[in-house]
Design a protein around this ligand. Structure first.
Ligand code: NAG
Ligand code: NAG
Ligand code: NAG
Ligand code: NAG
Ligand code: NAG
Ligand code: NAG
Ligand code: NAG
Ligand code: NAG
Ligand code: NAG
Length: 764
């Protein structure tokens, strides 16, 4: 008997809406938990000193290099030093406090510690000296990250804290991400159980205005649906997450120690106390209530924690003796309790804090698209990880164990605000990809075994006849098990899994070589299918990448894509059988596509309700028409590039991974005349456009779908001329929009945006 090859295709899980929020909230904190006792002095200005270290989970160095402190020529950072040193310093004096944030680091450290050290840490946590805040695996990005990944990476960290310390973090601490999303406010804030969220990066103009009207601290209602039932106290810092000038005490920095030993020279207590009081009074000027927060720390600080604590101990002592203001060790939770107790009213903030600019020419919008292939990689595995966990649950943990845990660390780390954002160095980005690839390959093995159990009639997980294979390189048309499927020999079963909570009917494409194949569903009925020839651009890309990824040089690209429509129940699967086609398949069930050569001014495509027409002379899109809604829209699409600014005499800010700064000239059109190839069939029409040697696009219009699928391949971007190019695509239509448009918030909500300047509609 021939072995059946089974192929798993996981439908993407990128959809808006769902009910994850409530399930997540139930598993998390109770916002009305009893507050930590507060040691503030009423009637005085209270300066809350919050000792912290901001530890990036990979950036200039990899996460492991930061942890162990290697590669110090790149950055003198070692998180092990920080954690060892902070615990010693806290144990020395019960008045001292410290907040621990990134669990990717803390958990590495905790696992290595002796029971004696662990017992000390337990005491520090129970007494409130060491408080976990934020508490996710990393401090996730808020622009490029998907809300499911935000939930997962936060859950991972919180679960460990709960297990080890029976604590749930009370405060959000997103001090460094480059702008802040509405989903962070309500879903990863209020719904999660946080009472407050704190951060540094908001637009410089917004900050100036908020300082002037004491509006840096607000009640943020990020959801239009939940409104005041899902609001959070939000604290945007007046400057950055470092201390006020002169109060940095990191051991190797140029610090001004507080010197209160009169028998030594350079005694400076009065001067330092005066500086402290002056800095506090300047800040209270921009803050409501008589409580202000000083963030006492910076990137990878407290490597010798005693330097900070010794100076802060001395300052607290002398400032409180002086009596003009009151200084105390604090945490964001204590600070928030004090703010609440003061009965102040706060401005209400809706929407979000995007985009973020820190000066005139420094809009942090470059990172929305930096390292797009890494962004895709993270997104693909996000959907896959979700599906794998469902399959793991369906098969039952007792049979195979928790095989998906091998992706949780890699996925958690990938959400960091220098990871999925695309702002880490190349070697760090390679390290993120490697972690994902290693984790994913283990999960793929688990999924294959689980599917063997789930699909076998006797529910056993070992089978001599069934072998599942998955094709992570379908994007380059590489899938050996479908490519070798032929009408003469093996039968191929494609199992399609849908991780979403509703039924779907989507198109599946697998590479094949045999043209005599038919697709059947489980009751033997033939399912309509179509063969689309693999184009030369795809086969050339495949050739290059199969060599690069797998080292195979003798590779031959498959001839066709076999396309069919799969219907899959919610959180379930469906099987499709691919085998030798029968007469019926030839008689009008399985079709090869026809390539249409332009013989008319205008070519109209689309087997379904949505049609698009293209000019056969210029190859350009001209019009879209939806026969269901009746929308008929003249529209153009072009690829263009802005020249990157290298900085100029007025402002040295260059364009880069973080910041998008064009040089001020109008963008250059890549090509106004485009080569065009049209492929038609019963299920899908495809339009292949070669805009230039480095811009290729395929537009697909499906039977019974009201959207077009646009897949573009860009690169390598030519830089021989030494000109940086910021490539964009532009759709031009004469719609009346009144300058409003919508953007998504972490793939979950839509936010209405209004442009201040009137928009131009350049379509003539
Ligand atoms: C939260 O705490 C309040 C007061 O202690 C209690 O009434 C409520 O049931 C708790 N909610 C949850 C979800 O635990
Ligand atoms: C240090 O970083 C560089 C990248 O700048 C990398 O090539 C090198 O392998 C790293 N060294 C170690 C010991 O990891
Ligand atoms: C506080 O604000 C007032 C009024 O705007 C201003 O006159 C004063 O100089 C400010 N004080 C400090 C210390 O910034
Ligand atoms: C805030 O209001 C409560 C209840 O009205 C009152 O007991 C408390 O003293 C007030 N606190 C301050 C700082 O005014
Ligand atoms: C269960 O069925 C598979 C084929 O699906 C077979 O290979 C295996 O031997 C069977 N196991 C038992 C215990 O019957
Ligand atoms: C194809 O997908 C793999 C795995 O998802 C990814 O690493 C790779 O960059 C992709 N290749 C191209 C050419 O897009
Ligand atoms: C694609 O490649 C084949 C074989 O190399 C060649 O014959 C054909 O002309 C190419 N088609 C295009 C559109 O370049
Ligand atoms: C050209 O296209 C138009 C509109 O689709 C159609 O009415 C006309 O018959 C076509 N002419 C030729 C020669 O195909
Ligand atoms: C634009 O604004 C005008 C005037 O306020 C209004 O009549 C029109 O309906 C608006 N159009 C859209 C598309 O919102």
């Amino acid at each position: 008997m021939a072995a059946a090859l089974l192929l798993l295709v996981v439908l993407a899980a990128a959809a808006l809406a769902g009910t994850e929020a409530s399930a997540f909230a139930a598993a998390s904190n109770n916002a009305t938990a009893p507050p930590t006792p507060v040691v503030v002095v009423e009637g005085k200005l209270n300066v809350h000193l919050v000792p912290h270290s901001h530890d990036d989970v990979g950036w200039l160095k990899t996460v492991d290099q930061y942890y162990v402190g290697s590669n110090t020529t790149i950055q003198g950072a070692c998180v092990m030093n920080t954690l060892d040193s902070v615990v010693d310093a806290l144990a020395r004096d019960p008045a001292r406090k410290f907040v621990v944030v990134e669990q990717a680091f803390f958990q590495r450290w905790w696992a290595e510690k002796s029971p004696t050290i662990q017992a000390i840490v337990h005491k520090l946590v129970d007494s409130g000296q060491l408080e976990f805040i934020n508490g996710g695996w990393c401090m996730h990005d808020e622009a490029a990250v998907h809300y499911i990944d935000m939930i997962d990476q936060t859950t991972l960290g919180h679960r460990m804290i709960k297990k080890q310390f029976n604590k749930t973090p009370r405060a959000g601490w997103q001090i460094d991400p480059f702008g802040h999303s509405a989903v962070q406010a309500y879903l990863l804030g209020a719904e999660l159980g946080f009472e407050s969220v704190h951060f540094a990066r908001i637009d410089y103009q917004d900050r100036a205005k908020r300082k002037a009207d004491k509006g840096l601290e607000v009640i943020w209602r990020g959801s239009r649906t939940f409104g005041s039932s899902s609001q959070i106290f939000t604290n945007a810092f007046p400057v950055h997450y470092s201390p006020p000038d002169g109060f940095d005490f990191e051991v190797l920095d140029d610090i001004i120690p507080v010197q209160d030993d009169m028998s030594l020279f350079d005694y400076n207590v009065e001067e330092r106390v005066n500086d402290f009081v002056a800095a506090a009074i300047a800040q209270v000027n921009v803050t409501r209530t008589n409580h202000i927060m000083w963030t006492m720390g910076d990137d990878f600080n407290y490597q010798y924690a005693e330097s900070w604590f010794r100076n802060m101990d001395t300052l607290i002592k002398h400032v409180n003796k002086d009596g003009r203001v009151h200084a105390l060790y604090s945490t964001p939770s204590i600070y928030t309790d004090a703010k609440h107790a003061s009965n102040e009213s706060w401005p209400v903030k809706y929407d979000d804090y995007f985009p973020y600019a820190d000066s005139t020419n420094a809009y942090w919008t470059g990172y929305f698209t930096s390292r797009p292939t890494f962004k895709r990689y993270v997104r693909v595995y996000s959907g896959y990880y979700l599906a794998a966990r469902q399959i793991e649950f369906l098969v039952g943990r007792s049979s195979l164990g928790l095989f998906t845990s091998s992706l949780e660390d890699a996925m958690g780390i990938a959400q960091h605000h220098d990871a999925v954002s695309g702002t880490a160095k190349q070697h760090t980005t390679d390290d993120y990809s490697k972690r994902l690839a290693l984790g994913a390959s283990k999960v793929e093995n688990g999924v294959s075994t689980a599917l063997t159990c789930l699909t076998s009639s006797n529910r056993t997980c070992v089978s001599s006849t069934t072998k599942f294979e998955q094709c992570p390189l379908l994007n380059i048309s590489y899938c050996p098990s479908t490519e070798k499927a032929s009408s003469a020999t093996k039968s191929l079963v494609v199992v399609v899994y849908n991780p979403l909570g509703w039924e779907r009917s989507d198109f599946i494409r697998v590479p094949v070589n045999d043209e005599n194949l038919a697709v059947k569903n489980s009751d033997g009925t033939i399912v309509e299918s179509q063969l689309v020839e693999v184009d030369n651009v795809t086969s050339n890309l495949r050739k290059f990448y199969v060599k690069a990824y797998l080292g195979i040089t003798s590779d031959k690209a498959p001839k066709y894509w076999l396309v069919f429509q799969a219907s899959v129940p919610p959180m379930g699967w469906n099987s499709y059988y691919i085998s030798k086609s029968t007469g019926a398949a030839h008689n009008g069930r399985g079709y090869a596509s026809a390539v249409v050569s332009p013989s008319n001014d205008t070519i109209e495509v689309g087997p379904g309700p949505l049609k698009m027409s293209f000019s056969s002379a210029s190859g350009q899109l001209k019009r879209m028409f939806n026969s269901v809604s009746g929308v008929d829209l003249p529209i153009q699409q072009s690829f263009l590039w802005y020249r990157s600014s290298e900085g100029d005499s007025m402002d040295s800010q260059a364009s880069g991974a973080y910041i998008f700064r064009p040089d001020g000239n109008t963008p250059t059109i890549v090509s106004s005349s485009v080569s065009l190839k049209v492929i038609r069939g019963p299920l899908v029409d495809e339009v292949h456009q070669q805009f230039s040697s480095w811009v290729y696009q395929i537009t697909r219009l499906y039977k019974n779908k009201e959207h077009a699928e646009v897949e573009y391949t860009i690169g390598p971007i030519p830089v021989d001329d030494d000109i940086g190019k910021e490539v964009i695509t532009r759709m031009t239509a004469n719609m009346v929009t009144n300058s409003t448009f919508y953007t998504d918030s972490n793939g979950r909500d839509f936010l209405k945006r209004a442009m201040l300047a009137p928009s131009r509609h350049p379509l003539e």
